[in-house]
Ligand binder design. Structure first.
Ligand SMILES: [Zn+2]
Length: 208
């Protein structure tokens, strides 16, 4: 349990003016039939000796529960969804247009609504597949103005290029490893031969 002390304010619990203490507590709860553990935020009133959550903390705690659930279910967290969108530098509503989803879907998924698994898969695929992003973008070209379309296209093309140069690097690295392994095998064989020769020589010496 951690404490952050804030300067004196009116405590909404006892209505007295005193130091407001924010605390974080590990909590477990059931969400959609799953037991999830998360870090909850509370305010502590030392006069009433009570913990309570203000509106902000209730919202934060609710999101923490949803994200803990997302993690246990191997679904993207709100931050991960947002970072996929930031990678493609696309707005929430434009990403919905691109995917043919309702205009507020991404906004909800980056917030308190847990995405369904089918939509989660689509977002993960989009993260890994800039080529697919580009083809979806081209299919929905009519829905964007030219400047926006070009901006999204250029950015996704840059991502695609970096993906392919990375995969070229990976291939070169794998080739290097294979070469290294072959070289090592040769050396091991050579050592075996030398060891055999050494043994022979030693036995000859022993007979002398
Ligand atoms: Zn109080």
């Amino acid at each position: 349990m951690k404490k952050n002390n804030n300067p004196n304010t009116i405590c909404p619990c006892c209505m007295e003016e005193h130091e407001i203490i924010s605390v974080r507590k590990k909590e477990n709860t059931l969400f959609k039939g799953r037991s999830v553990s998360y870090e909850a935020y509370y305010t502590y009133c030392k006069i009433a000796d009570e913990y309570y959550a203000n509106e902000q903390q209730i919202t934060a705690n609710d999101l923490a529960i949803k994200n803990a659930f997302r993690k246990t279910e191997n679904l993207l967290t709100t931050d991960e969804i947002a970072s996929i969108r930031h990678k493609y530098i696309i707005t929430q509503s434009d990403l919905c247009t691109l995917l043919g989803w309702g205009g507020k879907t991404i906004t909800r998924y980056e917030g308190h609504q847990v995405q369904d698994r089918a939509h989660d898969r689509i977002l993960k695929k989009l993260d890994q597949d800039p080529e697919w992003f580009i083809s979806l973008l081209k299919e929905s070209k009519e829905s964007f103005n030219d400047e926006t379309f070009q901006k999204y296209l250029q950015n996704a093309t840059a991502i695609l290029d970096s993906f392919s140069s990375k995969s070229a690097e990976r291939k070169a690295y794998a080739r290097g490893l294979a070469d290294g392994r072959a070289e090592r095998k040769k050396l091991e064989k050579r050592i075996q031969t030398l060891e055999a020769e050494l043994k022979k020589a030693q036995s000859k010496i022993a007979m002398l």
